[in-house]
Design a protein around this ligand. Structure first.
Ligand code: ZN
Length: 160
C-alpha cells in the first residue's frame, strides 16, 4: 500500500531542497542549536537575530572557589526588539505562524518569499521528525501554498 504521508514528506523535502537551491532567503536555516541546551538562537530569514539565550536577571549565583569568583547564570530564550511574527494563510484556508524581523515585516513579503519561508519551516520539521521529536502530518502540510499573510499583533503572539 502507498503510504500517503511518506509520499507527502518526499514532496515537502523536494520543495525545501528547491527553495534552498534557489537561494532567495539569506538565512534558510534560521534556528541555531547548542547541543543539549536546545535552541540557542532564532533569526529572521534575512539573518537578523530575533531571539537568543540571555541570562535571567536575579537568578545568578556567585560562588567563590579557591579565590576565584564564579558567576553562574541561568539562561532562557529571550526575544529582542526586532522580533515579530507573521501568520501565513494558505490556499486551503489553513494558517501557520513564523517569526520574522520588524524591518522585513515592514518591507513586506512576496508570495514567493512566503513559500520559501514555509519551505524552510518544513525543512526544520523534517529534521525534527528525523530526530524523533514528533510526527508531522505531511499529507496536510506538504502541498499547501502560501497566498497571503499578516503581522501578528504583539498581544496575540504565540509560538506553534
Ligand atoms: Zn528580516
Amino acid at each position: 500500500m502507498v503510504d500517503l504521508n511518506k509520499e507527502a514528506r518526499k514532496r515537502a523535502r523536494n520543495k525545501a531542497k528547491k527553495a534552498r537551491r534557489e537561494n532567495r532567503l539569506k538565512q534558510f536555516s534560521y534556528i541555531e542549536e547548542m547541543g543539549a541546551f536546545g535552541i540557542s538562537k532564532v533569526r529572521c530569514k534575512c539573518g537578523q537575530v530575533l531571539s537568543s539565550l540571555k541570562a535571567v536577571p536575579g537568578l545568578s549565583e556567585i560562588e567563590n572557589i579557591k579565590g576565584r569568583t564564579i558567576v553562574r547564570e541561568r539562561v532562557a530564550m529571550a526575544s529582542n526588539a526586532a522580533y515579530t511574527e507573521i501568520v501565513i494563510t494558505f490556499n486551503d484556508g489553513s494558517k501557520h505562524v513564523t517569526p520574522v524581523c520588524k524591518s522585513c515585516a515592514k518591507a513586506g513579503f512576496s508570495e514567493e518569499a512566503l513559500n520559501d519561508m514555509y519551505a524552510a519551516d518544513m525543512e526544520r520539521w523534517d529534521e525534527e521528525e528525523t530526530r524523533g521529536l514528533g510526527k508531522v502530518r505531511w499529507d496536510l502540510n506538504a502541498d499547501r501554498v502560501a497566498v497571503s499573510y499578516k503581522e501578528v499583533p504583539a498581544e496575540e503572539r504565540f509560538r506553534d
